[in-house]
Design a protein around this ligand. Structure first.
Ligand code: CDP
Length: 246
């Protein structure tokens, strides 16, 4: 781990990457990047790079995993060994199993799984480059990949973390802030603001949590706009103007 810089927030109130406390990192989304997946998304968020492939609804195997009344949703978060500074050990870890579980649960309230009994909907996440906030980046990308696959959903899910750095509440921590900050609090929410993921690493007072939540809501709103713009660009068919006099 790198040494802690003297200050993570400079005297003019800016963070070391030049952001204000309430700013998210720049986000870039590409949709439909994998030809064998039913839906896919590549997302860059700051220095994070994640790729998501969605498969299904398809017959669930093994058969005993099928449910007569609904589709099973499976979410697999994997970190490539080259995605971090020290090589990540290949294969599942306690961390990746936990992230997979909480991320699957973040989608369960929106995916209309009951329409597809006996099937499975698989969401595969590959983190190619990590710089803190990979679970939130992966959830934002998965939302797009699920929509690209045409999976019926009540709405998109967006995700963003807030945390405490040098005693200040800030939005969307980068790796340096995550390593040397005091708290990290990832949140995911539906379009209607219903919370579907909430985790806390570190200590925050109730007031700090309230303040952080306001930031997270703002961040998620901005991300939702980016997601909607990407989906509109791909799926919106231009309305043809009728010719004059017809
Ligand atoms: O990525 P996220 O913030 O969702 O999860 P985290 O467990 O809080 O990890 C924060 C960051 O630590 C990751 O994004 C990676 O940059 C780094 N990390 C690492 O270097 N090696 C690992 N085995 C796991 C995480």
């Amino acid at each position: 781990m790198s040494d802690k810089p003297e200050k993570l927030i400079t005297d003019d109130g800016l963070r070391l990457d030049g952001r204000h406390a309430d700013e998210i990192r720049p986000m870039k989304i590409e949709i439909g990047v994998l030809s064998r997946a039913d839906g896919s998304c590549y997302l860059e968020w700051g220095r994070n790079k994640v790729l998501v492939g969605v498969f299904g609804p398809r017959e669930a195997h093994p058969r005993r995993s099928q449910r007569a009344d609904t589709a099973v949703i499976r979410y697999k978060y994997n970190m490539a060994s080259f995605s971090v500074e020290d090589r990540a050990r290949p294969g599942p870890s306690r961390r990746s199993i936990e992230i997979s579980k909480v991320s699957r649960e973040a989608f369960e309230p929106v995916i209309m799984a009951e329409l597809f009994p006996k099937t499975a909907i698989d969401i595969f996440v590959e983190v190619l480059q990590a710089d803190a906030g990979t679970r939130t980046a992966a959830i934002n990308a998965s939302s797009i990949a699920l929509a690209d696959a045409g999976i019926p959903m009540k709405g998109l899910v967006t995700s963003c973390a807030f945390g405490k750095v040098d005693g200040q509440i800030v939005l969307d921590l980068n790796k340096e802030e995550d390593n040397h900050g005091e708290a990290d609090f990832p949140v995911a929410m539906t379009q209607d603001g219903e919370i579907t993921l909430l985790q806390m690493d570190g200590n925050l007072t109730p007031d700090e949590i309230r303040k952080g939540f306001e930031l997270a809501k703002k961040g998620c709103k901005e991300i939702l706009e980016i997601q909607q713009a990407v989906l509109r660009k791909k799926f919106e068919t231009p309305v043809e103007e009728p010719e004059a006099g017809v």
